[in-house]
Design a protein around this ligand. Structure first.
Ligand code: F6P
Length: 463
């Protein structure tokens, strides 16, 4: 079996025994694939250091080798805060209004991709499979090829791919996609993003496309693009749900909400998640149903994210203001309609919160997949499940089409869905839950990893 080399912006370095319990589903799945393939996981350490930049820090824990490099503070600014998160992220989430095009940050992005290639090349052996992740590293295959690498190299995009008409607003868009075509396999979360990519390759690059197989032939080279919808780590999440920590979390939430129905949202504090729009929808619901302030409490868990980027600071302020307005207008001495929490919780605690909250609210304006939606379903009691309200613009909506699908831009649509979820009879809740649970359980992150790696290894139609 070939070794696997995973390359991503961030690396989940397992610190010690037991740390696996605290890491996310993707990190867990990649770690088990790496263990099986005796591989290496390479990426940025998350630190900036002008002295140690570029020095590789290798660690080995529990059969997995991680290799990380620091970046200089200038590189972090240009590559991470700049091109990745102020240009590509907003553009890929259809937010041209927030997309900044700066030549300097574009150059910094290319330099960091070059630095990644330079640092990781000596770690790659001839038969290794190389799997690159996400929008931070779109041109990495080309950088690796220019160093003579002949290995199979795959890429998975965790975000949406935007429609061609938006993507062409990116200066040097052709160069970026031409560099991507040096990958052998390119994976997207949904058919929608895949189709946008194929459309771009056909219309703008005049590449030869075979829609059925996803084969793209361009300047004598062929790569295959397919959809691989990511899933949750079902077994790990269920095991977390069995812990005392999960039970206590559920109990805490239930005893603090008493006769009110808890509705929960868990999102990184990111404008793509539609948080102010969601609060407007909740406000509309209370405007239309002022007496129901005693029936519903909304709990928003929103750990801060990418705080050095302007648009993230703005969204935080906006959210605080809107939450404050509704709470000011609707609170009673014993009732506060919205609880807004600016921190993260463990998987076990989240399981408990999801189990106790009878409505899950996931309303991104645009999202590659959204695993919170799947986790919410996974945490429900099959005998008495809660209701998932889900944006039709999340990748997850393609699989969870029996959730209450909403237009997250419409306060009326959100308000209507909240009322419907609050009043939904048990029979309908169960019917909707049963229509969703199989895909959440079976199309899990292990299957996703296996499917992608099988295609990358050229083992044919694994799925
Ligand atoms: O694709 C989005 C993503 O890279 C996720 O994989 C990850 O959970 C999130 O963004 C974290 O963002 P950051 O690394 O910038 O904190």
């Amino acid at each position: 079996m070939s070794r696997l080399v995973v390359i991503s912006n961030r690396v989940a370095v397992p610190k010690a025994r037991g740390a696996a319990g605290a890491q996310g589903g993707l990190a867990g799945a990649l770690n088990s694939a790496l263990k099986k393939h005796k591989g290496v996981w390479f990426g940025w350490s998350g630190r900036d250091s002008d002295e140690a930049a570029g020095t590789i820090n290798m660690q080995r824990h529990d059969g997995v080798t991680t290799a990380t490099i620091d970046l200089t503070s200038q590189e972090v600014d240009d590559y991470y805060n700049g091109y990745a998160n102020s240009t590509l992220w907003p553009l890929f989430h259809y937010r041209l209004d927030l997309t900044r095009y700066e030549r300097e940050t574009g150059k910094g992005y290319e330099r960091v991709n070059e630095r990644f290639a330079e640092s990781v090349t000596p770690l790659i052996e001839d038969d290794d499979l190389v799997w690159v992740h996400d929008y931070h590293l779109l041109p990495l295959a080309e950088r690796l090829r220019s160093r003579g690498l002949k290995n199979r190299i795959g890429f998975f995009l965790h975000t949406p791919w935007p429609p061609t008409r938006l993507f062409v607003s990116l200066p040097f868009h052709e160069r970026l996609v031409m560099a991507m075509l040096e990958y052998d396999v390119i994976g997207f979360q949904t058919r929608e993003w895949l189709e946008s990519f194929l459309h771009y390759c056909e219309k703008e690059l005049h590449a030869d496309i075979d829609e059925a197989s996803g084969r793209i032939t361009y300047q004598g080279r062929t790569c295959t693009a397919r959809a691989y919808p990511i899933g949750i780590d079902w077994d790990h999440f269920q095991a977390q749900g069995e812990t005392g920590e999960a039970r206590q979390a559920a109990q805490r939430l239930l005893s603090s909400t008493r006769r009110r129905t808890a509705m929960i949202g868990v999102d990184r504090l990111d404008y793509s998640k539609g948080l102010p729009e969601r609060i407007d929808g909740i406000g509309r619901f209370f405007d239309q149903n002022p007496d129901r302030v005693r029936d519903l409490v909304y709990i928003q868990i929103a750990p801060p994210s990418r705080e050095d980027v302007d648009s993230y600071q703005k969204i935080r302020n906006e959210l605080e203001q809107k939450t404050g307005q509704i709470n000011g207008a609707r609170s009673e001495v014993d009732v506060v309609p919205i609880r807004y929490v600016n921190r993260g919780y463990s998987h076990a605690e989240l399981f408990g919160f999801f189990r106790a909250a009878k409505i899950g609210m996931v309303s991104p304006l645009r999202d590659g997949m959204n695993l919170v939606a799947k986790e919410y379903v996974a945490a429900q009691d099959p005998e008495d499940p809660g209701v998932l309200i889900l944006s039709r613009f999340a990748g997850a909506a393609a699989q969870l089409d029996r959730a209450l699908l909403v237009n997250p831009h419409s306060p009326d649509d959100l308000a209507h869905a909240i009322g419907k979820a609050l009043d939904m009879p048990l029979k309908e809740r169960r019917e909707r839950y049963e229509a969703s649970i199989a895909t959440v359980r079976d199309d899990n992150v292990q299957i996703w990893t296996e499917n992608f790696v099988a295609d990358l290894a050229g083992e044919g139609e694994a799925h």
